[in-house]
Design a protein around this ligand. Structure first.
Ligand code: UTP
Length: 288
């Protein structure tokens, strides 16, 4: 079945970006001039998604405000000949259906995905974590096709140096990566000690999940801090259904912390045709 819905969990408190996130949700922090959330929507649309479900909280009204029309701004842009930007603003929230689901207590990623159940319905869906930016839609597209083919859930993977695995969710593979980067998954473990890690393949923030995951989420017992972990629900799925990963070397940025956000902005700006050349020149004067 075609994957046409994507869930973006955006109800977290963003504590690593305080005090900025007192007023501006982490998901709206700009990557040059575009909110990270918009880049995530563009990635999903590029993979064939036509319905975005954003899981937000009533404490973050700016997320919904981003999708509201702004006729005065658009009129001003048009009267000053800036039609390109006016068209871009008008397309926000119109080029794809956007729904909201609410998670008013940040009870973990599994819980946030569970809050999207009614909006998603009974079909496979994608999940994109908005603090991981991918350079293209190709990974999600490949994952969606694999889910359609196998009828089971699929997670995005990245191979990391062995000593780094302890910071991530790591898969226990069945066999080895094939020529398309696909691998079967028997199980997964959160933040293992490197000596106990079953592989060097970590789960990144892209998932294509079959809808039975909602029942698994409902069965997960809360862990530390009352959090309901998505990994626990995925483990239960992997134990009884086909479950695969797709490894990628597509450029990926973790913008969930200030250093990662800063390096993402610099890296992306260096490839921007308007900003890249002068930024490169300015950086040379700073670092040499
Ligand atoms: P993070 O753990 O990176 O986000 O979750 P956070 O909790 O907001 O950030 P810190 O750690 O306090 O700085 C990844 C994504 O999952 C969402 C977040 O909004 C973020 O986009 N999330 C996380 C939820 O929607 N609900 C949760 O309960 C937890």
């Amino acid at each position: 079945m075609h994957v046409h819905t994507a869930v973006v969990p955006a109800a977290g408190m963003g504590t690593r970006f305080l005090p900025a996130t007192k007023a501006v949700p982490k998901e709206l922090l700009p990557i040059i001039d575009t909110p990270a959330l918009q880049l995530i929507i563009d990635e999903a649309v590029g993979a064939g998604v036509d319905h975005m479900v954003i899981v937000t909280s009533h404490a973050k009204p700016a997320i919904e405000a981003y999708f509201q029309p702004q006729p005065e701004v658009i009129a001003k842009l048009r009267s000053s000949g800036r039609d390109g930007m006016a068209d871009r603003l008008e397309a926000i929230g119109r080029d794809v259906k956007v729904s909201f689901a609410y998670q008013d207590q940040a009870l973990g990623l599994g819980h946030a995905v569970g809050c999207a159940r009614d909006a998603v319905g009974d079909e496979p869906f994608a999940v994109l974590l908005p603090d991981e930016l991918m350079g293209s839609s190709s990974l999600l597209d490949q994952m969606a096709r694999l889910c359609e083919l196998t009828g089971g859930s699929v997670v995005g993977l990245k191979e990391v140096p062995h000593e780094q695995v302890g910071a991530y969710g790591v898969i226990d593979p069945i066999g080895t990566l094939d020529e398309h980067g696909v691998i079967g998954i028997a199980s997964m473990v959160e933040k293992p000690h490197p000596d106990d890690a079953p592989s060097d393949l970590i789960i990144i923030g892209r998932y294509v999940l079959t809808p039975d995951v909602f029942d698994e989420i409902a069965r997960v017992r809360p862990g530390a801090g009352g959090e309901i972990q998505l990994t626990d629900a995925l483990k239960a799925q992997a134990a009884r259904s086909p479950f695969h990963g797709v490894a990628t070397d597509v450029l990926r940025h973790d913008t969930g912390n200030p250093f990662g956000w800063l390096t993402a902005v610099v890296d992306i700006a260096l490839t921007d045709e308007r900003l890249g050349p002068s930024l490169r020149e300015w950086l040379r004067t700073k670092v040499c």
